[in-house]
Design a protein around this ligand. Structure first.
Ligand SMILES: NC(=O)C1=CN([C@@H]2O[C@H](COP(=O)(O)OP(=O)(O)OC[C@H]3O[C@@H](n4cnc5c(N)ncnc54)[C@H](OP(=O)(O)O)[C@@H]3O)[C@@H](O)[C@H]2O)C=CC1
Ligand SMILES: O=C1OC[C@@H](O)[C@H](O)[C@H]1O
Length: 331
């Protein structure tokens, strides 16, 4: 088995949460931690059993070493595009946290550069790679071995709310407009991507409202997408209140209930009217970040520069849609 060396950039929440799931996957090793502050890097290194010698304040010095294969960006969205480009310049694969960037322009710059240099880049929208989201993708692509999309019929309605209560003291970058914070990128990116997965396309119309809070980032997104033929997706994304409802997908002949937390689900029930009920379950390893690590390694093993299950056009398109939503729905 190939052993891959990873550099972790950022020592905040994700710098703490991602590495245990990374190193629990065989063949992955942390070979560097980057922080703007040496003490923070050393503290994080101790937490993850990494040597102090592998702590850096200089991004380029950390990344440009032969033992580095992948760079994980656990930094605020405002840093992503620049850091993707910096890592790609050294020829290193990148796993970049969601939201991919702060706007479409930055997303295009990062993607075009990675494509030009033929270096692997993937958005770390962790839900997408979990076992039951993989099953959802297969169902709506008509590729699931047990559940037929013909029996279910076409999707008519998606309801997927997400609310994770936080505040500027425990999550300063999330509430900072300079860092590219806000509910759209922090939480609503999950229902937006779920809507892409279910309906397979971008909505033709949208309506709703985006409400900014005291720190001038959006804290509430109450948005409905409409698709060709009248199907709809609705989500309420919030960063001050908790919402632990399941996600519900109604189809012509049935429904799929994805239990909460539906962005990292362990159970999903598929009902075909009057005919069958199939319950799919999955264990989640750790906090659920190992599956995106598997996807990086699978793609690198196969010599791919983009993941076929979450290609970079989708990352760009989501940022483009978010730009539009912000421009048109902010009150
Ligand atoms: N997949 C998931 O479940 C989750 C994903 N995320 C995503 O991960 C990314 C990071 O989020 P999170 O860890 O919560 O953020 P934090 O603010 O907790 O941590 C980000 C870290 O990035 C570093 N950093 C670099 N530049 C800046 C800057 N200009 N301002 C502030 N910090 C900076 C800091 O580390 P240092 O001081 O060491 O340089 C900081 O601690 C975001 O894109 C977020 O959306 C967040 C939570 C959950
Ligand atoms: O991606 C996320 O999931 C967990 C939340 O705590 C966080 O705000 C969000 O960015």
């Amino acid at each position: 088995m190939t052993t891959r060396g990873w550099v972790i950039v950022g020592t905040g929440l994700m710098g703490k949460l991602f590495p245990p799931d990374l190193i629990a996957r065989p063949g992955n090793q942390i070979v560097g931690i980057v922080s703007r502050n040496k003490e923070s890097a050393i503290k994080l290194a101790k937490m993850h059993g990494v040597s102090e010698d592998l702590c850096f304040t200089d991004f380029d010095a950390a990344v440009n070493r032969p033992e580095v294969h992948v760079v994980y960006l656990g930094t605020p969205p405002s840093e992503h595009s620049r850091q993707v480009i910096a890592a790609v310049k050294h020829g290193k694969a990148v796993l970049c946290e969601k939201p991919f960037t702060t706007n479409k322009k930055e997303a295009v710059e990062a993607v075009e550069f990675a494509r030009k240099q033929k270096v692997f880049l993937l958005e770390a929208l962790f839900s997408h790679y979990t076992p039951l989201w993989t099953a959802l993708r297969q169902i709506f692509r008509g590729e699931h071995h047990q559940i037929s999309i013909t029996d279910l019929g076409r999707p008519l309605h998606l309801e997927a709310n997400i609310g994770i209560p936080q505040n500027p003291d425990n999550a300063p970058s999330l509430f900072s407009s300079k860092c590219g914070g806000g509910a759209l990128g922090a939480v609503s990116v999950y229902p937006i991507n779920l809507a892409y997965t279910v309906f397979g396309e971008r909505p033709t119309r949208y309506e709703g409202k985006i409400v900014n809070g005291a720190t001038n980032v959006d804290e509430v997104n109450d948005i409905t997408f409409e698709y060709e033929g009248g199907a709809k997706a609705h989500f309420l994304g919030r960063i001050r209140e908790k919402d632990s409802a399941p996600a519900i997908i109604k189809t012509e002949n049935g429904e799929i209930i994805v239990d909460a937390p539906w962005w990292c689900p362990k159970k999903m029930t598929v009902r075909i009217d009057g005919r069958s009920e199939i319950v799919l379950t999955a264990q989640i390893d750790g906090k659920g970040y190992g599956y995106e690590v598997d996807e990086v390694n699978r793609c690198l093993d196969e010599g791919l520069i983009e993941s076929p299950v979450f290609d970079l056009n989708r990352s760009i398109d989501i940022m483009d849609l978010m730009d539009e939503l912000k421009a048109n729905l902010t009150q």
